[in-house]
Design a binder for this molecule. Sequence first.
Ligand code: KG4
Ligand code: ZN
Length: 337
Amino acid sequence: MRILAVETSCDDTAVAVLDGWRPLASAVGAQEMHSGHGGVVPELASREHVRVLPRLVREVLSDAGMASPGEVDVMAATAGPGLVGALLVGLSWTKSAAYASGARFLAVNHLAAHLHAHYEGEDSVSFPAVALLASGGHTCILRMDSWSDVLLLGATRDDAAGEAFDKTAKLMGLGYPGGPLIDRLAEEGDPHAVKLPAPLPDPAEPDTSFSGLKTAVRLAWESGAPAADLAASFRKVVVDVLSAKLLHQAELTGARSVLVAGGVAANGLLRRRLGEICSERDLELHLPGPGMSTDNAIMVGRAAAALLTREPGACSPADSNAFARWTGERLEVLVAR
Ligand code: KG4
Ligand code: ZN
């Protein structure tokens, strides 16, 4: 089963071709023009997707040894959550290409796709599992009883974890995206140097909140805290909170595995901390490899592959639309509208 997957939910244009869950070729076109703005400018992102997507599709098909989109059986695109204008570019392109070539079309949920970065067949994770999905737009803790039975346990009440990294970096004049920049700077600082309040620190509370931390970071920065120490102290608070909540839910649900997904899964301290916790407790830990934590199209293709393994007839209607936010309790791969 040959799958062409397209992801344009934010500022990365991503395309992949897979044979089932196995990637044959993949490319991500990162948009550089937002860095001077300290965040993504939605209209610029949409316009850049329009410009870059056709070339990226040609390149990825050619890398996968295919002459035309007609050799693909399934075309999947992210429908949301994300920036609606940006999503509409990839969704409409994919829908039209599927219609023209007779391929099956699937509209995929971006959050479910992030979890499926880890999908390498039904048995690639031992269930039950708990998952942390932390990106620029989301911070969710989920329980997974199988790839298709995914329940939301907690979410952010305000800023997402990645957003907190981005805003801290912006405040400190480091650039965008802030996560990797803070992560790098934090390696040189003392994580105990700046006292910052842990937000919603109770491990039993699965929701998170990062906006108060943002204010504390601003006050520390304005009173002259050294950049590396502030970066290290901020990163430690975020990692302390996320890992304690995840571990608590793992114990509560009798989880056998822990999955981490989304851009923040690239964080060095988070990876080390979860590595220690999971090895102490004999929990199977799934961390995304290079390029698999931030937005990519392999995860979209894998979500499509997983869905079609369970439901070979699955298909999305031609009027499937883009959406900005996901609300609900059960996270499904296929978007219902
Ligand atoms: O999953 P993703 O590519 O896009 C969304 O769906 O939002 O995540 C991007 C987010 C950004 O906020 C970025 O700053 C953060 O992931 N990020 C990191 C790191 N690398 C990327 N946050 C902390 N540490 C990192 N190393
Ligand atoms: Zn994402």
